[in-house]
Design a protein around this ligand. Structure first.
Ligand SMILES: C[S@@+](CC[C@H](N)C(=O)[O-])C[C@H]1O[C@@H](n2cnc3c(N)ncnc32)[C@H](O)[C@@H]1O
Length: 336
């Protein structure tokens, strides 16, 4: 008898995970979790939604099996994670964000793209904004960021600025602008700038207005690789943006250093990509789609470190960022 000499379990697990993800997205599409805050039977949910009661019961059993629902007799109810993040009525609802993120990083047609190669136009320009919908990302990140990223940021800067500090801050490529907004909310004397691309800037503008911070936070529209980003900042936030300056990373590091006050700080969030571009798994897999399209942006931890060190920025501390996006690290640099 032949023996394979290897265990194929990993391959089966991958196909199983794929189906579990399909169940999650079907549950979001059907908005199941908004109906199961309290216990309800499949027949009752079918009555509210018009879905087929037989197939709904089968589907709900599967959601129990994968840990998104629990079952008591004939009744189903959200597990705590589903209740907080998948119930549309929760302030932490991530359903729309997860669907968008999945589409944005989708490996749909991956085999075809490997056969045919990149889009020449995208490859030539090598600009993230030509592939990614940053405006929608900024809108939906306003919820995602509160699952942990903004809390990690506040924790890091509370160690260096006193509550009464009149700090001047710049949130470069700020997206939703929530890091700057929370900074202004927690440091009542703070003021500064959220710098965003003109196609995205109305999103942070709207959030700044809603939070009543327009007097202290300005939103500047522009390209952070070429336009004036201002000077004299005590704190610059560069969260998930250095890859988009990768045509001239040393130049971007110098722009940041020149915009800082002497003894100012940079709060950097990056994926800590290895020099061989094989780790962390999440970053390599999530960037694959846009790289197959023709982008070539991802920066290794070593090249970022080298560019910042050459610009006079010294790393003080680093901490994993909490939240739904795994593998992000927040680092504080000091400009001596
Ligand atoms: C991955 S998002 C990060 C957003 C935000 N900092 C956060 O952590 O949620 C990258 C952001 O950089 C902005 N961006 C990319 N290239 C830019 C450029 N050349 N000038 C201005 N903004 C840019 C995008 O519009 C997008 O909002």
């Amino acid at each position: 008898m032949k023996n394979p000499g290897q265990n194929p379990g990993m391959l089966y697990r991958m196909t199983q995970q794929f189906k579990e993800a399909q169940l999650l997205f079907a549950g979001i599409e059907l908005d199941i979790f908004s109906h199961l805050s309290a216990e309800a039977s499949a027949v009752a949910v079918a009555g509210q939604t018009g879905y087929d009661a037989r197939n709904l019961a089968l589907f709900l059993n599967s959601l129990v099996a994968v840990g998104l629902l629990k079952k008591n007799g004939e009744c189903f109810q959200n597990t705590p994670v589903a209740e907080v993040f998948l119930n549309r009525h929760s302030s932490f609802y991530l359903g729309e964000y997860l669907v968008f993120w999945n589409e944005m990083t989708s490996l749909h047609r991956v085999a075809e793209r490997v056969r045919l190669g990149p889009d020449v136009g995208i490859q030539q320009h090598n600009q993230g904004g030509r592939v990614y919908n940053f405006r929608e990302l900024a809108r939906l990140s306003a919820t995602e960021i509160y699952t942990g990223r903004v809390q990690s940021f506040l924790q890091a800067i509370r160690d260096i600025f006193s509550p009464a500090s009149a700090l001047r801050l710049l949130d470069l490529g700020g997206g939703s602008g929530m890091m700057a907004i929370e900074c202004a909310a927690h440091f009542p004397q703070a003021s500064g700038v959220i710098f965003e691309h003109p196609l995205v800037a109305d999103i942070p503008e709207q959030f700044v207005k809603e939070r009543g911070l327009a007097g202290r936070l300005a939103v500047w529209h522009g390209d952070f690789t070429t336009d004036d980003i201002g000077t004299g900042y005590d704190l610059i936030i560069a969260s998930g943006i250095l890859d988009f300056a990768s045509a001239d990373l040393p130049g971007m590091a110098n722009r940041i250093a020149e915009a800082l006050q002497p003894h100012g700080y940079l709060y950097l969030v990056s994926h800590q990509v290895g020099e061989d571009f094989l780790t962390p798994k999440e970053s390599i897999v999530n960037w694959l789609s846009s790289h197959l399209d023709g982008l070539n942006l991802l920066q290794s931890r070593q090249s970022i470190d080298a560019a910042l060190a050459a610009a006079g920025l010294t790393k003080m501390s680093q901490q994993a960022q909490a939240g739904v996006i795994s593998g992000l690290v927040g680092e504080l640099y000091h400009f001596a």
